[in-house]
Design a protein around this ligand. Structure first.
Ligand code: SF4
Ligand code: ZN
Length: 303
């Protein structure tokens, strides 16, 4: 068996691609697909200052490596250290080394410097007060808060995240099961329902690439990346949905694209429907739908 486009040995089989692609053709296909997504969704304007959210993991490292090569935009990176022992230590070491090598400015922000405690400690403080928050819920809320805050204060035009097709298919599916369409309305390649000055627009250039593709790209490019899962991961529902979609994809080629494309087909209607609610400003400066943002709510409960 040879590559679909040349005589080399294939390294991956893609949807609608009978024979698969070799290493060189796959890397070209991947780069082209990211650039096409950026162009089709008008993710960046000329001279945009882009803050790339990195973790040291495969998706965000791949994203940063592609974005840093785009002319006409200025790229810096941000990593939020949740202080999850060896896991974050190794990841942060990797991304610090990468940014140093490629001369990219990295904003290394620690939860302890910002809020006084590590993620595990915040979780245990809340537990002592009888509040059983999941690690990923706290981590996600605090991360989103810090990223938007730094992006706004440092005057970035866009925030880019490494979400891939699997992430988006899972999120949409979870929101369908939980009847949570208002949350889905904020998803898509360019996130958010409406433009708000205090919320820096978030874009997802890896939107149409599957997780197995970003993983292979990262390995073929030999990025120094730690592939283990986070030990604090509490996303059992997401994991179940992910496994279910993987099984579906194995049996019915193209299922994940099907889910995401169906979602995109109704996204405009959903945005229209859910854009009517008022956006308020929390006392900390963050946009929110209630009087207090989720971060201030957590910090308030801790004290
Ligand atoms: S898996 Fe959960 S706890 Fe771990 S880094 Fe991701 S969001 Fe945070
Ligand atoms: Zn707040």
């Amino acid at each position: 068996m040879v590559c679909n486009l040349c005589e080399e040995k294939p390294v991956i089989k893609l949807v609608n691609n009978k024979r698969g692609l070799c290493k060189t053709c796959f890397i070209k296909y991947f780069d082209k697909k990211v650039l096409k997504t950026i162009k089709n969704y008008k993710m960046f304007d000329k001279k945009d200052k882009v803050l790339v959210c990195v973790s040291g993991g495969k998706d965000s490292t791949v994203l940063l490596d592609i974005l840093r090569k785009i002319r006409n935009i200025e790229v810096e990176a941000i990593v939020i250290d949740a202080l999850i022992g060896d896991y974050t230590k190794k990841n942060i070491e990797n991304i610090v080394d990468y940014c140093k090598e490629k001369k990219i400015k990295l904003h290394n922000i620690s939860l302890r410097d910002e809020f006084g405690y590590s993620l595990c400690y915040i979780k245990s403080l809340l537990k002592k007060k009888g509040l059983n928050y999941k690690s990923c819920t706290i981590c996600g809320i605090l991360r989103r808060y810090l990223i938007n805050k730094y992006a706004r204060e440092l005057k970035f035009d866009k925030v880019a995240t490494g979400h891939n097709l699997d992430d988006e298919a899972q999120s949409f599916f979870m929101n369908v099961v939980k009847n949570n369409m208002a949350v889905s309305a904020r998803m898509g390649p360019v996130a958010g329902v409406k433009r708000i000055k205090s919320f820096i627009p978030r874009v997802k250039p890896l939107y149409f690439l599957m997780e197995k593709e970003t993983k292979l790209y990262s390995k073929l490019k030999k990025f120094k990346v730690y592939y283990e899962r986070c030990p604090c991961s509490s996303v059992s529902f997401r994991k179940d949905v992910g496994e279910y979609l993987d099984k579906f994809e194995d049996e019915y080629n193209g299922s994940k694209y099907g889910v995401v494309n169906s979602f995109l087909g109704i996204l405009d209607v959903m945005k229209e429907k859910y854009s009517k609610g008022e956006v308020k400003l929390c006392k900390c400066g963050e946009p929110c739908s209630l009087e207090v943002c989720k971060t201030c709510e957590i910090l308030g409960k801790m004290n």
